[in-house]
Design a protein around this ligand. Structure first.
Ligand code: CP
Length: 327
């Protein structure tokens, strides 16, 4: 495969930490534009931070003096908090801008808001916005690094990277694995970023959804669509569930929640179609009893949902460090 640094991917976390990496990007706007080598550079560095974050002293202040602004126009628990923790653990000053109490409410545009923050010499802006493409627009107007924390139903690149890291931690590889992404694929930026990233890394990706929640031309992503969950889960190594993104729906896409869970909710009976050692991922928030059975979500032998949260901090530390050009 072109542009893939096999030597780096096969290094231990310790070797990777000791080996200067190159990362040729100023922004992280999506998975598009990243090479396999770029992805492994992020994942290898993130592994170093997994270890550091498990120690009592979690500070590694290589970004002392830098400023990260979290500009979130949509709600978030995991992404915003982990960007904040990532920035603080690296010694940066972190500002969480409250959009609800900002001049956005007086009619200030996204670009004017971003240029105002840029004039304060921010070094990084992590943005979440309901409009697809908002981070890309911002990146053309500011001279700091822009990180996409989720734009509409388009992309959520750091989520896909942390999902890949979680899979790697458990399976030791991604290439050749069968991954089923299940649920509301149509509205999901997590699904889009994962379809791009996991196929880039050589996984065989299936998307499993009712026709109303399936994107048009799924084959263009290099994935295989399934309209039957049991068929879609057969012999999978990884099962990823997604919530119904009701905030992006302007009409009813499912007959009823009860019926949805019956056909599309992950429970033990459906999970039995996957491999015996298959793991479960979900980007959260998990809606218990809708996309996944509550007891299965809490099964620490199978469900990696909280581990994904842990990987999220490490991945965001790696992304900040690489964008800062510090390795
Ligand atoms: N996975 C994810 O993006 O979660 P939050 O919406 O809580 O950030």
């Amino acid at each position: 495969m072109a542009n893939y640094d096999y030597s780096r991917a096969s290094m231990t976390a310790k070797q990777a930490a000791a080996t200067p990496a190159t990362f040729p990007h100023r922004h992280l706007l999506g998975i598009d534009g990243l090479s396999r080598s770029d992805v492994y550079t992020i994942l290898d560095l993130a592994k170093v931070y997994i270890d550091k974050n498990r120690q009592s002293d979690k500070k590694h202040p290589i970004l002392k003096g830098r400023t990260l602004i979290n500009l979130f126009y949509e709600n978030s628990t995991r992404t915003r908090t982990s960007f904040e923790l990532a920035g603080k653990r690296l010694g940066a000053d972190v500002i969480n801008m409250s959009v609800a109490s900002s001049s956005v409410k007086k009619g200030e545009t996204l670009i004017d808001t971003a240029m105002t923050l840029n004039a304060m010499h921010a070094d990084f802006i992590a943005i979440r916005h309901p409009e697809s493409g908002a981070p890309h627009l911002l990146a053309r107007k500011v001279n700091c690094s822009v990180i996409n924390g989720g734009d509409g139903s388009h992309e959520h690149p750091t989520q896909a990277l942390l999902d890949a890291l979680t899979i790697q931690q458990h399976k030791g590889k991604i290439e050749g694995l069968h991954v089923a992404i299940c649920g509301d694929i149509l509205h999901s930026r997590v699904a889009r970023s994962n379809m791009k990233l996991l196929t880039l890394l050589g996984a065989k990706v299936r998307i499993v959804a009712p026709p109303t929640l399936m994107p048009s031309c799924p084959e263009s992503f290099g994935v295989t669509p399934f309209h039957d969950m049991r068929e879609g889960l057969k012999n999978c190594d990884v099962v990823m569930t997604l919530r119904l993104q009701t905030e992006r729906m302007n009409s009813s896409f499912v007959p009823s929640e009860r019926e949805y869970f019956h056909f599309w909710g992950l429970d033990r009976e459906k999970m039995a179609y996957a491999k015996k050692d298959a793991i479960i991922l979900d980007p959260g928030p998990i809606i218990r009893g809708l996309q996944i059975d509550s007891e299965l979500a809490d099964d620490i032998g199978r469900s990696m949902i909280l581990e994904q949260v842990e990987m999220g901090v490490a991945v965001r530390q790696a992304v900040l460090e690489l964008l800062a050009g510090r390795v």
